[in-house]
Design a protein around this ligand. Structure first.
Ligand SMILES: Nc1ncnc2c1ncn2[C@@H]1O[C@H](COP(=O)(O)OP(=O)(O)OP(=O)(O)O)[C@@H](O)[C@H]1O
Ligand SMILES: [Mg+2]
Length: 301
């Protein structure tokens, strides 16, 4: 049983590596935690550098001490920032030695949410998603929020709509649950996006209108979205829901609708639920390209 389960109060957990994107993640996580009335756990993993490929080479203990001191400093700065952004926030610091993704996954067991920056201190300038964020969004059992700040700079906006991708699968049902909760908490509009084909409609597919009545299909798909939202709207009557139904690829539609979003929420997998695979292609593409924070939610989290 985790600490969270014992105390009955889950944490919001955020990964801190001393980088500016991680501080954006801390700001997002602090605001989310304070609105939920939950503590924020700030975690730093001291990873000893791999000195040689394929062999473990111990680092001198003095070097490890230096890394630990540096990690403590990162955590102190991040806590000060979180409390500055959200006075009264309850915080915990958690410093562990180990590989960052493994440490974060372990620290987030039973958490309400695990939050990371889209990038960290790492080397390759043009990467859109760092390896730690990528690994935790592949493997975490709790929802993961990867915080990407707007391309024009400044922190992610808090007051935009919450956008959710709905495809009717169990993972998207779990995403809808998180999206309603977040929209209700923020007093935000919830935009539910349902697209009903990821086939590229070009070339020979353009002959299909001869045999398919797209208006009928569109009406059926709109009805499906209504059905998916009905129970949730009863549970959250305060949340204003807007529906978007398109014959489009989900990635393109979601990127388009989420341009001004405060949060984009998607399930970890869609219809192609091959056992053993990590994220579906839509979720993965959105993590790489959305210019707002993205939440990835697993079914039955
Ligand atoms: N050592 C760490 N301890 C805690 N959280 C971390 C650590 N490293 C990364 N993170 C979290 O993951 C986020 C993304 O960092 P990540 O390491 O994935 O990107 P990167 O450093 O740009 O790329 P890479 O490390 O793959 O070269 C950070 O903003 C932070 O939230
Ligand atoms: Mg890194």
């Amino acid at each position: 049983m985790t600490t969270e389960e014992r105390s009955g109060r889950p944490r919001v957990v955020v990964g801190v590596d001393g980088s500016a994107p991680a501080l954006d993640a801390v700001r997002w996580a602090a605001e989310d935690a304070v609105r939920h009335g939950l503590p924020l756990r700030l975690v730093h993993a001291c990873a000893t550098p791999p000195l040689r490929h394929h062999r473990s080479t111990a680092v001198a203990s003095d070097s490890l001490d230096l890394l630990i001191d540096r990690g403590r400093q990162f955590l102190r700065e991040a806590v000060a920032f979180a409390v500055h952004v959200c006075p009264g926030l309850e915080t915990e610091q958690d410093l562990r030695v180990g590989q960052p993704a493994e440490v974060l996954l372990d620290a987030a067991a039973g958490a309400r949410m695990l939050v990371t920056g889209s990038r960290g201190l790492g080397g390759f300038r043009d990467l859109l998603l760092g390896s730690v964020s990528s690994a935790v969004s592949d493997h975490a059992t709790c929802p993961v929020v990867v915080v990407r700040s707007p391309a024009l700079g400044g922190p992610p906006r808090w007051d935009g709509p919450v956008v959710v991708g709905v495809d009717g699968t169990p993972a998207s049902e779990a995403a809808v649950a998180v999206a309603f909760e977040e929209a209700s908490l923020r007093g935000a509009v919830l935009v539910a996006v349902h697209t009903w084909s990821d086939v590229a409609f070009s070339g020979m597919w353009m002959t299909l209108p001869l045999i398919v009545d797209w208006d009928v299909v569109a009406a059926e798909e709109a009805h499906l979205l209504d059905e998916r939202m009905a129970g949730w709207q009863e549970k959250y009557p305060d949340v204003e829901v807007r529906r978007v139904v398109r014959r489009d690829r989900p990635v393109r539609a979601l990127l388009d609708v989420a341009q001004d979003a405060a949060l984009l929420v998607v399930g970890s997998r869609g219809h192609h639920d091959y056992a053993g695979l990590g994220l579906g292609s839509t979720s993965r593409a959105l993590l790489h390209s959305a210019c707002c924070p993205v939440a990835v939610v697993r079914p039955h989290h």
